[in-house]
Every structure is written in structure tokens, then in C-alpha cells.
Design a protein around this ligand. Structure first.
Ligand SMILES: [Zn+2]
Length: 385
């Protein structure tokens, strides 16, 4: 037992704090304060890990205002991978651009293991002490997300409008246990430290074997099923094309002519093709580009593609259900007439599958109408808070 404990105490959690020293005179003071405060706090709460915080100063920060969290996440993620940090916090005192909500203080991305934190609202809190406690509380909330926690009203994981607090907030007992487990897996050596291969295919395979279950968890719980709620044009294009399909006799005739087993193959190909078309159409392959053979970069790419694929597949399932309901509501005789199969029972399920498949084709076109930045943000952000 003692041996095991001794071994675990060596596990290093290495976190970077990235700042732009040209931003103003305060930011460096804040980075230094947070570095010490976080190290002290986390070392006392999780003594089984060795906590290291490093400050990185970069003069080539994206300059546009308000700061776009998406740009900063990508900027930070590249620097994190280059410098072999486990996690990276991009710290700024300037306001952030909000995409899906209003007045935000931070955007974590558990996929990129990177977060953007703005102190701009906290710097408006009244007392110096409140600012400090507030900033630590906010960062604990964000770190909680990076370490796989969801919201919980009983702890620091409660979402809040204001982070001006006098009182330090904490994770609850259950959350601390989860964090310790999560960090144990993160602090394991990365694949590039153990694999010793220069072959891209073998490297991807190694990552898949080592990380399969955790990748799957990330993909399925990475809100892939909610992906399209935030993408208006995408959903609209699908809805419009489905309505036209329902009204055109050709679609029904074609449905009658296609055998069910062929339809299954076509369906699979269509989902793959539309995932690929979104992935490359939206330049998602550019994420984590700084180094091809780093576990974290490969992880991000697998998660991104997987999320898109699962998102497409669940979108298809929704379309199938909707089509099934609509076909049942329409007069069966008329449809049978359109399909040219008068007198036979209408294969409702077969036609629902066909319509849903057409819908997915249309949606991949619609998806490419979305702003590139928005679709990326939906996939990469864990939340805006
Ligand atoms: Zn949150």
C-alpha cells in the first residue's frame, strides 16, 4: 500500500497560465497571485499529486476586441501542446465576446483541456479581497469542467452570474473523488512518451487502444446530441428540404425502387460523407494542428470527428421519428399512388428511413452554410459562463 501511495505522489499535474504582458500592468500581478494561490489550495486538497503551475508570456496574442474565446482557445491549445502542459488557462483582464449567452467571464473546453478566463467582471467587484476570492472560485469552477465535472448547486460547480464572493467556495466530497480519479488518468505518461513510433496510423491506433473508453465517454457526453440546437441555418435547411421531399412524387417513386438492404448501405455512406463534408467544409481539421504526433492533438481530432459523427447519427434518428409520424398522418392511398405501388401496404418504416437519409444529405449542405466560427464553437466549448 505504501509503495502505491509513494508512486502516486509522483504524479505531476502541470498547468500553464498564459498571459499577454502587453495587455496592462495588472495582468502579470494577477497571474503570479493566482499561480501561488491555486498551487497552495490544490496541494492541500489533493496532496497525492505534485502541482506545478507555469506562467507563459506571449506577445503574439490575438489582438481583436472584445477577445474571442474561440480564437484564444485555439491559440492556447497549440501552446499547451507545444509546451507539454496537461491543462492551460488563458488569462485576460479584457472582456470576452459572448456567442450563445450574455456577459460571459470564462469558456472552458474539456476537449482541448484549455480554458479562457477573463477577470474583467471580477475587477469591478468592490473590495480587493472579494476580487481575489472571486477569481479563485471562478477558476475552480472552470477547472472542475476541465476535469469532467457537471454543474451542481451544492458546490463551486453551481453556475453563477456574478463571481464577487467574500467566501471561498469548494467542490463537494463526491466531486473531489471524481477529480482525483480523473487526474490519475491524466497524469499517466502520454502516448508519445511511450510509443516510440513515427507511423501516423500506428500512433492513432495506440491512442485509440489506450484511451478508447474515455474517448467514447467524451464523445457521447460531449453534448453531440445537442449540437444542432445552436445551429439555426443547419436545422432550417434540413426542415425545408424535407418538406419539399414529402411533396414530390419522385422521392416516393425512388423510395419504392430502392431495396431495403441497399438503403442501409446508402444511409451509412451518406452519414459518413456528410460528417466528412462538415469536418473539412468547416476547417475542423485545423484544430490541434501544431503537432501531428502528440496524444492530446490526436485525441482532440478523434473526439471532434466522433462528436460530429454521433451528432449526425442522432440527427438522423430524430428525422426518422419525425418522418415516421408524418407518413402515418398522411393519407396512405395518396402516398401509395405517388410511389406507384397502389394496392400494396405502404412500407412506412422504409420510407421514413429514406426521407431521413435525404434530410441528412440536405443538412450537410445546410451545415456548411453556418458560420465556420459558430459550428466550431458549438463543438469545442464546454460552456460559456
Ligand atoms: Zn459551469
Amino acid at each position: 500500500m505504501d509503495d502505491e501511495k509513494g508512486l502516486k505522489s509522483n504524479l505531476l499535474v502541470n498547468t500553464g497560465i498564459l498571459i499577454d504582458p502587453l495587455e496592462n500592468s495588472q495582468i502579470k500581478v494577477w497571474a503570479l497571485f493566482l499561480k501561488d494561490a491555486l498551487k497552495k489550495e490544490l496541494s492541500s486538497q489533493f496532496p497525492q499529486f505534485a502541482w506545478r503551475f507555469g506562467i507563459i508570456e506571449r506577445h503574439d496574442f490575438p489582438k481583436a476586441l472584445p477577445k474571442d474565446p474561440l480564437t484564444l482557445l485555439e491559440f492556447g491549445s497549440d501552446i499547451k501542446i507545444e509546451n507539454n502542459y496537461d491543462f492551460l488557462l488563458v488569462l485576460t483582464s479584457l472582456p470576452l465576446k459572448a456567442r450563445f449567452s450574455q456577459g460571459i467571464s470564462a469558456v472552458p473546453s474539456s476537449m482541448l483541456e484549455t480554458a479562457v478566463i477573463s477577470l474583467s467582471k471580477i475587477l469591478e467587484c468592490k473590495k480587493e479581497e472579494i476580487k481575489k476570492t472571486g477569481a479563485i472560485n471562478l477558476i475552480k469552477h472552470i477547472l472542475g469542467h476541465l476535469w469532467g465535472l457537471d454543474h451542481d448547486d451544492s458546490s463551486v460547480m453551481k453556475p453563477r452570474k456574478s463571481w464577487c464572493h467574500e467566501r471561498p467556495l469548494d467542490w463537494n466530497h463526491e466531486e473531489k473523488r471524481h477529480i482525483a480519479n480523473f487526474l490519475n488518468s491524466v497524469a499517466d505518461p502520454r502516448v508519445e512518451e511511450t510509443a516510440g513510433t513515427k507511423n501516423t496510423f500506428l500512433f492513432y491506433l495506440r491512442v485509440l487502444i489506450n484511451e478508447g473508453p474515455s474517448l467514447l465517454r467524451d464523445i457521447i457526453f460531449f453534448r453531440s446530441w445537442r449540437m444542432f440546437l445552436n445551429l439555426g441555418r443547419f436545422t432550417a435547411a434540413t426542415a425545408v428540404s424535407i418538406i419539399f421531399l414529402f411533396l414530390s412524387a419522385e422521392a416516393w417513386e425512388m423510395g419504392a425502387a430502392i431495396q431495403s438492404k441497399w438503403l442501409d448501405i446508402i444511409l451509412f455512406l451518406v452519414i459518413i460523407a456528410s460528417t466528412l463534408s462538415l469536418y473539412f467544409g468547416q476547417n475542423l481539421q485545423g484544430i490541434g494542428k501544431s503537432d501531428k504526433m502528440k496524444e492530446q492533438a490526436v485525441r482532440s481530432r478523434i473526439i471532434l470527428f466522433g462528436t460530429l459523427f454521433i451528432g449526425m447519427a442522432s440527427f438522423w434518428l430524430n428525422l426518422l421519428l419525425i418522418s415516421f409520424v408524418i407518413i402515418n398522418l398522411l393519407p396512405q392511398k395518396v402516398i401509395a399512388g405517388w410511389a406507384g405501388i397502389e394496392g400494396n401496404t405502404l412500407p412506412v418504416f422504409h420510407f421514413s428511413k429514406l426521407m431521413a437519409t435525404f434530410g441528412i444529405l440536405a443538412s450537410s449542405v445546410g451545415g456548411n452554410l453556418e458560420e465556420e466560427q459558430d459550428i466550431k464553437a458549438v463543438l469545442i466549448y464546454t460552456e460559456e459562463t
